[in-house]
Design a protein around this ligand. Structure first.
Ligand SMILES: NC(=O)c1ccc[n+]([C@@H]2O[C@H](COP(=O)([O-])OP(=O)(O)OC[C@H]3O[C@@H](n4cnc5c(N)ncnc54)[C@H](O)[C@@H]3O)[C@@H](O)[C@H]2O)c1
Length: 367
């Protein structure tokens, strides 16, 4: 079988953390090119990742026949031009979240990839966590009863120094909302279906006007706390809260993540830092840990050994497995650019709600 030949565009932290290890695990995939705007980083990654072809020019990489697929892991403001270029050259494309700087950008990316007939995927990592996969199964098979409430908390204890490009609206679109909460909007949609209406609130507490080395830098203009109250089309209610300023929530750098469904029969909780177990409880009981059954520890066929590595890290490698599987099996990837677009519709509505002081009705999704 001809391998899926992948180029990484954006050779920074997330590519090194899970995209490249995910590609390495999959015998059907081959890392053939590395592209980054930083020429020194290209040379470093060529050595570290053992890749012969490196470039600072994403257009050249997208046009090169050596690659059949690209993974875009660059700052948010560059996602749209790179994804459109990849689609123009007929490359399958996985793009990091948020897909764009706005829902309009995300829609354009979805439409371009659809028109080009390429596989398109949004890197919504937490859908792949074993506990999330099992929670979804319990809900979809009715084990929790009728869903009533969804609750998501993502609390990180990050330094209050500069976040680099992430702390400027022009480059990131928004702060915690687009960086963290957008994942939680996505898995809430995946669990409970479309969100019908929402209201949101945002805040910025830390000026982040110093680099980690103490040098001054321009003040951040994005949120570092985001929250949503919502109602799903299925009738369930949702509450989301995320912050990077939760002191005491370091938890080995993974932070606190809690997402639950309260159904008419039972409640069940996913926790990212304990991804191989869920909490489960029926009325009159206390929530208690339950191991995730073996068939939910990884997608069927994934070459990953679930017993190997830190469980809070290694499930992320299954993103590449899904992307490659969709290409090999000639089927749409899940989650797709459509999901990235819809999550961004909701995230944009949070900003609109906060700025206008109103609840926002979301447009019906295409089914
Ligand atoms: N899915 C997840 O769990 C997850 C986790 C972390 C980051 N992310 C997303 O991944 C993306 C990258 O985040 P990161 O933490 O790796 O950032 P990073 O700053 O470490 O890396 C980004 C890299 O892109 C390069 N770059 C910038 N412009 C470029 C261009 N035009 N062409 C080629 N390279 C370019 C930069 O030089 C840098 O090396 C962001 O969109 C972020 O939201 C997702």
């Amino acid at each position: 079988m001809t391998p899926v030949r992948i180029a990484i565009i954006g050779a920074g932290k997330v590519s090194d953390y899970h995209h490249v290890p995910g590609i390495r695990l999959d015998p059907r995939a081959q890392l053939v090119a590395v592209c980054d705007a930083d020429a020194a980083l290209v040379e470093q990654r060529k050595r570290e990742w053992n890749v012969a072809f490196g470039s600072t020019d994403y257009e050249a990489v997208c046009a090169d026949p050596r690659a059949t697929a690209v993974i875009i892991a660059t700052p948010n403001f560059t996602h749209k031009p790179i994804a459109l270029c990849a689609a123009r050259h007929g490359k399958h494309v996985m793009c990091e979240k948020p897909l764009g700087l706005s829902a309009d950008e995300a829609r354009e990316m979805y439409q371009a990839a659809q028109k080009a007939g390429v596989v398109h995927m949004t890197a919504f990592t937490y859908r792949f966590a074993p506990a999330m996969r099992f929670l979804r199964y319990l809900h979809k098979t009715g084990a929790l009863g009728a869903p009533r409430h969804f609750r998501s908390q993502r609390f990180l204890d990050w330094p209050e120094t500069s976040w680099g490009w992430r702390q400027y609206k022009e480059k990131a679109g928004a702060g915690d909302l687009f960086d963290m909460t957008i994942h939680r909007i996505d898995f809430a949609r995946d669990l409970l279906g479309p969100i019908r209406r929402l209201t949101g609130a945002l805040a910025r507490f830390a000026p982040r006007d110093r680099l980690p080395n103490g040098q001054p830098c321009p003040t951040s203009d994005v949120d570092d706390w985001s929250s949503i109250l919502g109602v799903f089309a299925c009738g369930a209610t949702g509450v989301w809260e995320g912050t990077t300023l939760a002191k005491g929530y370091h938890l080995r750098g993974f932070g606190h993540e809690w997402a639950e469904i309260n159904g008419s029969e039972a409640s069940s909780v996913y926790r990212m830092h304990e991804p191989n177990s869920i909490l489960l409880g029926k009325t009159g009981q206390d929530l208690a840990p339950t191991p995730v059954p073996a068939e939910f520890l990884k997608p069927k066929g994934s070459p990953r050994d679930p017993a190997s590595g830190d469980p809070a890290t290694v499930f992320r490698y299954d993103l590449a497995y899904e992307f490659v599987s969709a290409i090999v099996e000639r089927r749409p990837s899940v989650p797709s650019f459509y999901d990235g677009w819809q999550a961004q519709v909701a995230a944009d509505a949070v900003i609109e709600s906060w700025e206008s002081g109103r609840w926002i009705e979301l447009p019906a999704e295409i089914v």
